[in-house]
Ligand binder design. Structure first.
Ligand SMILES: Cc1cc2nc3c(=O)[nH]c(=O)nc-3n(C[C@H](O)[C@H](O)[C@H](O)COP(=O)(O)O)c2cc1C
Ligand SMILES: Nc1ncnc2c1ncn2[C@@H]1O[C@H](COP(=O)(O)OP(=O)(O)OP(=O)(O)O)[C@@H](O)[C@H]1O
Length: 260
């Protein structure tokens, strides 16, 4: 999978450089089950048309650029993990739009013209709640109209768990409450972070709320189950000593435990 870093400045150079491709579009933090349904549909359509699958995502998160930026934003996964998962899913190209104030100011029509038609989108897939363009004023209706004569659109019904939409925000809220059980339902797998024995939690991951948890450590090719005590947003202690290990350790969060 190739990653193309787009900015409002370099965009003109990338226009008309690509063959027809199907896009899945959105931020996709955490790549939960709802996100996967969008990307899988894009892949299926791309396969039918015999063209590559592209994902268009943004960085940093729009909420860190526009609006109230007083509270820190808790990302679920860093870019490298997003890339690794998308590659595994068989995505051909990740277009990563550097989200800044210039991009935030683009009208929905300008965004579609430059970033979707300009990159030769033949079809665009997103959830029914997708918004884009200045103040998030573009929606599925405008996307359909603005793409007419250029690309088709598919809007994916929102995947729910327990009667509520699966979303990155819901995952962040569950993490903040230490509600590990629901995370697995939303993600379709255990919630995981990467941890460096020397420096602790790697950037762009978030720990669950302070408390005690059972965790699965992936150290090299070995799996060790132990307990973790989360002390605060950055610090945690583990009952298994992996400090001699120099590489990052993947930590899966299995369940809350009373105490240890
Ligand atoms: C060109 C463009 C401009 C945007 N401007 C704003 C904005 O002014 N305010 C805002 O809250 N979100 C803005 N967004 C963010 C979108 O509302 C939305 O969060 C983003 O496209 C990711 O979509 P998703 O959250 O459905 O994945 C903009 C997005 C795009 C693509
Ligand atoms: N539960 C869902 N079912 C189907 N599609 C979804 C679901 N959640 C998000 N999408 C779609 O996936 C793409 C990426 O969405 P986005 O990054 O906004 O996810 P989100 O989980 O809703 O995030 P947030 O909670 O931060 O708004 C968008 O096209 C969005 O419409």
């Amino acid at each position: 999978m190739q990653t193309i870093h787009l900015t409002s400045q370099n965009m003109p150079e990338w226009q008309n450089q690509f063959q027809r491709q199907v896009f899945a579009i959105g931020f996709f933090d955490g790549l939960h089950k709802g996100h996967l349904s969008v990307i899988e549909e894009a892949k299926r359509l791309a396969g039918d048309c015999g063209v590559p699958t592209a994902v268009m995502s943004f960085f940093p998160h729009p909420k860190t650029v526009v609006g109230n930026q007083q509270t820190p934003f808790h990302y679920l996964i860093p870019l490298e993990e997003k890339q690794a998962v998308l590659e595994e899913l068989g995505v051909d190209t990740l277009f990563l739009v550097h989200f800044d104030r210039d991009i935030a100011r683009l009208t929905p029509a300008d965004f579609v013209e430059n970033f979707l038609i300009g990159l030769n989108a033949v079809h665009v897939v997103c959830g029914v709640d997708f918004h884009y363009g200045s103040k998030g004023s573009g929606c599925t209706d405008t996307l359909k109209k603005q793409g007419e004569g250029h690309f088709g659109v598919s809007f994916i019904e929102l995947m729910e768990y327990d009667g509520e939409k699966i979303s990155s925000t819901r995952i962040r809220q569950a993490l903040a409450k230490g509600n590990i059980d629901v995370l697995r339902k939303l993600l379709g797998k255990f919630y995981a972070v990467n941890w460096c024995p020397k420096n602790g939690l790697l950037p762009f991951y978030s720990l669950p709320a302070p408390g005690q948890y059972e965790v699965k450590l992936h150290i090299n090719n070995e799996i060790v189950v132990c307990n973790a005590q989360v002390l605060n947003e950055k610090e945690a202690r583990f009952t298994h000593d992996f400090n001699r290990w120099s590489n990052a350790v993947k930590i899966e969060w299995i369940r809350s435990v009373e105490s240890f």
